[in-house]
Structures are given as structure tokens and as C-alpha cells.
Design a binder for this molecule. Structure first.
Ligand SMILES: [Zn+2]
Length: 271
């Protein structure tokens, strides 16, 4: 490390420098160097405020809308992320036209690696912030206990997108769970069977619901609600929780800038 000389570090999280127990240096295929600080945190304590009822949230994960919460809030797949995914497709095509191991090929390869890294970092940052937000407000997180492949095949027919979303689903689950567990809170995975087809109100099944239907309409009792919101409420119900009421409308999670969705890089600079 003494050979690297002085450099500028972009810090993405606030942390007490005194609690750093380990520092790792990582060189990525894109050529970017990461400095990872391992910070010791005090042990998580069960945060059950005595006597107060626990609050639970059901989270439905999807592709068009990243997360829909049983309280009516949702998180769209952010546009910068969509754009980055589009750039990856373009770069992949460019790479395939270059001759293997030539200078131009190597250059294209590195550019692609950089874009992949950007997407991964952007997502991870977003997932961490969503997890922190939920774990602050709720004691119990209810998620679909699902096979990721099933979900993608159900929701996305274009195969080329699969690889890009595949890792994303397992990661968002892992990060959300981690955020709850580290605060001593609870995560309840519930069976995913028919969650989008079941009516939250009467429990009847809408067999005719197709992937294109964004609105759930119950043929048995007439209950009508946004498809993903209904699914998140069904999840909550399967975990044994009853929401205080059915949210009347969907609201985007605001403000996006504080969730790290603002353009440009976040974090301060340490010299
Ligand atoms: Zn119904």
C-alpha cells in the first residue's frame, strides 16, 4: 500500500474512523480501486418497545415497480438505472463485434465492466436505503418466499433481461432482510403461491388475471385494487397480520433524492 502514494477517497457512508477494524483494497475489472472499511457496530438489540403493538409491512417485489408496500407506497425502478441497463445492452453488442483480445476488445470489455459495476453499486445503494427506511418504520418484514427464477419467468418474457434482474432480486431480499435482522427485528417469508391471483378481501382466486393486468379485480366479491398492492396485502395476511385499512391510493416513496437517487455521485471526499 505504501507504493500507491497519496490518493483521494470518495466516502459513501458516514462512519466513525475510530471504529474501523480493517481496511481492504480491491481492484475491480473496470480498473476502479475500492477501499473497503470494516467498521465494528454495537450488537443489535431487540427493539420491541414494551406494550406497543408491532408494525408489519408486506413487500411485493416486481420488475416494472421494484417494490410495492402494503401501506400503499411504492418504489419505481429508477430511471438512471433503466438507462444504465440500456447502455449495458449497447456495450455488449459493441463488444461482440470486436475481435477477441485485440486492444479495442479489451477497451470495450473494460467499459462494459465499468457500467456493470455502476449498476451494481447504484442498486446496492438503493436497496440499502430502502431497507433502512423500512426497518426504521416497521418491526416485521413480510416477503414472498420464492424461487427467483419463477418470478422472472412469470413476469418477464424477454430472456435478455433475465440475467440483469436475476441477481437484483436475490440481492434486494438479502439486503432488506439484513437491515431488519441487524436491528433485532423480524423477517417472515411466506409462501408465494398465487399471491397475485388471490383477493385480499375475500381470499377468492382470480384465475383469469394475466401478466398485463395492472389492476386486480375480484370476480367473487368485486374488490378492485392495484395488482401489486393487492399482492403485498395478501403477503401480510398470509403472515397473520391485518393492516389497519386498505390504502386508497399508491404513493411513490419520497423524496427520491434523499434515497440516493439524485444525479451524480454521493458522499464526501476524504483527503
Ligand atoms: Zn374477493
Amino acid at each position: 500500500m505504501s507504493k500507491i502514494d497519496f490518493f483521494t477517497v470518495v466516502i459513501h457512508r458516514d462512519f466513525p474512523l475510530g471504529r474501523v477494524s480493517q481496511v481492504c483494497i480491491k481492484l475491480n475489472p473496470s480498473g476502479r480501486i475500492y477501499v473497503i472499511f470494516l467498521v465494528e457496530e454495537p450488537e443489535a438489540k431487540e427493539q420491541s418497545s414494551e406494550g406497543e403493538p408491532k408494525r408489519a409491512v408486506g413487500v411485493d417485489l416486481g420488475i416494472a415497480r421494484l417494490a410495492t408496500l402494503s401501506d400503499g407506497r411504492f418504489l419505481e425502478n429508477p430511471r438512471p438505472l433503466e438507462h444504465a441497463l440500456e447502455r449495458i445492452r449497447v456495450l455488449q453488442r459493441a463488444l461482440s463485434r470486436k475481435r477477441f483480445l485485440t486492444n479495442n476488445w479489451l477497451k470495450a470489455k473494460r467499459r462494459l465492466a465499468k457500467e456493470h459495476e455502476h449498476v451494481r453499486d447504484f442498486r446496492r445503494d438503493l436497496f440499502f436505503k430502502l431497507g433502512a427506511l423500512l426497518a426504521q418504520e416497521y418491526d416485521v418484514l413480510v416477503l414472498e418466499d420464492l424461487n427467483v427464477r419463477d418470478l422472472i419467468q412469470k413476469g418477464e418474457t424477454k430472456k435478455r433481461k433475465m440475467g440483469l434482474y436475476d441477481s437484483s432480486f436475490s440481492e434486494i431480499r438479502r439486503i432488506l432482510e439484513w437491515q431488519f435482522l441487524k436491528r433485532g427485528k423480524q423477517v417472515l417469508p411466506v409462501p408465494s403461491y398465487n399471491t397475485s391471483r388471490e383477493c385480499f378481501l375475500c381470499g377468492g382466486i382470480n384465475q383469469n388475471l394475466t401478466l398485463e393486468d395492472r389492476v386486480f379485480h375480484c370476480p367473487h366479491c368485486g374488490f378492485t385494487l392495484d395488482r401489486d398492492l393487492n399482492a403485498s396485502l395478501v403477503l401480510l395476511k398470509r403472515a397473520g397480520w391485518v393492516p389497519p385499512g386498505v390504502p386508497v391510493e399508491l404513493r411513490p416513496i419520497p423524496p427520491l433524492s434523499t434515497l440516493g437517487l439524485a444525479k451524480g455521485r454521493q458522499g464526501g471526499v476524504l483527503r
